[in-house]
Design a protein around this ligand. Structure first.
Ligand SMILES: NC(=O)c1ccc[n+]([C@@H]2O[C@H](COP(=O)([O-])OP(=O)(O)OC[C@H]3O[C@@H](n4cnc5c(N)ncnc54)[C@H](O)[C@@H]3O)[C@@H](O)[C@H]2O)c1
Length: 311
């Protein structure tokens, strides 16, 4: 069984690719390396440096590799860039994704697994935790583009029978997460602490997020190979963690007991409180998070420290 993983040189996609290999699947990676890194690729494994907006390049890859499954992680993930340039965001996250779905249909793939977001599509829900049925009210174009492609999948299933699974992640963290850009507060705060820079919390530290360790996300992608067809699932911890709590957990893991964060005004478009309901993933995918926050932060911090020490 061969799976084509888009975004497989990036943070989550590379873990998913490794996880699939560990399950005995053949893995082909497509990534334009706009954010991903060759360091995240496995030597000897097929890799195509290609932009998912490049239809001709994708056609050639599908023709050559004939994947049985598609796991789609490639995306423009910068929320603030999506605010500045929604067309650029939509060109990757909607049009690029549509290229993939059309080619997946043409090559009759058995399943299309799509990495969506639970952190950026529900906006500021009236009740928490937000379940999959919570109205979609994104506060930034990134959430709009990620959700729009979910709708395409639903429609393509109705029209042509394309089997799909959508996984809406909470805030994913863990080894290989980049500290560059806006996402990835665990990586950003860790790099800052190790570099002697005081981390900045936007707001008063009480905003809450739902953090999930990347190995739990990998297990959800395993489950999605055989379960949950035609469904959308939140993949998260189900627990709220405040900005200050995440700061304190990283501080403890790295051993900087004395430092306190700086505070700056909250940035527009940021959600105050989000926590995701994960009951549906438990019942349909037989999936539950296994890594507790303290343990996950310890693993991430260890990786970032090693990377920092090696320059
Ligand atoms: N990190 C999170 O907390 C989080 C939360 C919810 C959803 N997601 C989703 O998970 C997926 C992976 O996110 P990540 O955090 O690993 O980010 P990442 O930036 O590390 O990975 C994305 C990868 O896609 C590649 N890419 C970007 N645009 C591309 C294009 N047009 N063509 C080909 N490749 C392209 C990048 O080079 C990168 O390697 C994304 O779809 C994102 O929307 C992430």
């Amino acid at each position: 069984m061969k799976v084509l993983v888009t975004g497989g040189a990036g943070f989550i996609g590379s873990h998913v690719a490794d996880g699939y290999r560990a399950q005995g699947l053949e893995v082909v990676v497509v990534d334009d390396l706009s954010r991903g890194s060759k360091r995240n690729l496995r030597a000897g494994a097929p890799f195509y440096q290609a932009d998912i907006r490049d239809r001709a390049a994708l056609e050639e890859i599908f023709r050559k590799e004939k994947p049985d499954l598609v796991n789609h992680h490639a995306a423009q993930i910068d929320v603030r860039l999506s605010v500045k340039d929604p067309v650029c965001d939509a060109s990757s996250n909607i049009l690029g994704s549509l290229n993939l779905v059309e080619l997946a249909l043409a090559s009759k793939v058995r399943r299309f697994i799509y990495a969506s977001t639970g952190g950026a599509i529900y906006g500021e829900p009236e009740t928490l935790p937000a379940g999959e049925e919570t109205p979609v009210r994104p506060l930034a174009p990134y959430g709009v583009s990620k959700h729009t492609f979910e709708l395409y999948l639903w429609t393509m299933r109705k029209l042509y029978g394309l089997p799909f699974v959508v996984l809406r992640y909470g805030n994913v963290y863990g080894p290989r997460q980049s500290s560059k850009g806006e996402a990835g507060v665990v990586a950003i705060f860790s790099e800052q602490m190790l570099g002697g820079v005081t981390p900045t919390i936007y707001g008063d530290g009480t905003k809450t997020r739902d953090y999930i360790e990347v190995s739990d996300v990998v297990r959800a992608n395993w489950a999605a190979l055989s379960k949950g067809e035609g469904e959308i699932f939140n993949i998260a911890s189900g627990n709220p963690t405040s900005d200050y709590e995440i700061f304190a957990a990283i501080r403890e893991a790295l051993g900087f007991p004395g430092i306190e964060p700086k505070y700056a005004p909250k940035r527009p478009g940021e959600v105050d409180h989000i926590v995701l309901g994960i009951g549906k993933a438990a019942s349909h995918l037989d999936w539950k998070p296994a890594v507790r926050l303290q343990e996950g932060i310890r693993r991430a911090a260890e990786w970032i420290r090693a990377k920092h020490d090696n320059g």
